[in-house]
Design a protein around this ligand. Structure first.
Ligand SMILES: [Zn+2]
Length: 261
């Protein structure tokens, strides 16, 4: 699931591939922006803010959000002989710059903004866990602003801090011994929680295999997320999970009934 670390890493890959180059092809396959063509323009910058991604080209900024299943792929244009990776109908945008190409696949949001005002799209976000504006005190104050709110709801609220998705949300709750549904007031030290969130995203920002346990081996990477019914790594109790009430799976919670209260 794409979270702040995935978006940061994606931005790094796109930056490496595109910045400083002139686009030789630009195909936006979203009706509203289908007429936009910035081929001939130079890519100036690629940046991430929380889970949002911006590619600044000429006078525009290509804003995307991966949501649940989105991704960007960078690939050498020649090797595929004009074809693209993945199912063609899922490609929302295709960029080419000489011998390199980038495809935005299944993007949850794709819009073309005026470059000078593109940050308006993320003005509502709290401090970016991986950004230059990271502010521990502000994030902690945001997190604890509503003491009765469920911890999971507060951690996932991008206005509190930007970058935490459902995986980190569940892992943080485990590490601090609190259930996702417990109120924020049960977090003894919000500063420690947001500091840990930043440490976890920072450690994973340049690798595709996310780990919160410190172990990158398959099946060993996470404490509780995705491990419903399996034994807790600390105490052996079976990890609990909420029902599948949400079809997107985005708000499914996992916790250890013994380690977390
Ligand atoms: Zn346990």
């Amino acid at each position: 699931m794409p979270e702040g670390d995935t978006v940061f890493h994606t931005a790094a890959a796109l930056r490496e591939a595109l910045v400083g180059r002139t686009l030789t092809r630009c195909e936006v396959r979203v009706p509203r922006f289908a007429t936009v063509d910035v081929s001939g323009s130079r890519v100036h910058e690629v940046l991430s803010r929380g889970k949002h991604l911006f590619i600044r080209v000429g006078a525009v900024s290509i804003h995307s959000h991966l949501k649940m299943d989105g991704s960007w792929r960078v690939f050498p244009r020649g090797r595929t002989r004009g074809r693209t990776p993945g199912p063609d109908h899922k490609i929302r945008i295709l960029l080419e710059a000489g011998d390199v190409a980038a495809a935005g696949i299944d993007l949850g949001v794709l819009e073309i903004l005026d470059r000078d005002h593109d940050m308006d799209a993320v003005a509502h976000l709290g401090p970016d866990l991986l950004g230059p504006d990271w502010d521990t005190e502000l994030a902690a104050a945001n997190l604890s602003a509503d003491p009765d709110r469920p911890i999971a709801a507060a951690l996932l609220d991008q206005r509190v801090m930007a970058g935490v998705g459902n995986v980190y949300c569940n892992e943080l709750c485990f590490l601090f011994g609190r259930r996702p549904a417990s109120p924020v007031s049960m977090l003894a030290d919000p500063i420690r929680v947001v500091t840990k969130a930043r440490e976890m995203l920072w450690a994973n920002r340049l690798r595709w295999t996310r780990t919160t346990t410190g172990n990158t081996r398959a099946g060993q990477q996470l404490w509780v997320y995705g491990r419903g019914g399996e034994p807790c790594r600390r105490c052996g109790t079976r990890v609990a999970r909420t029902g599948q009430s949400d079809p997107t799976g985005e708000r499914v919670s996992y916790w250890c009934p013994s380690c977390q209260c």
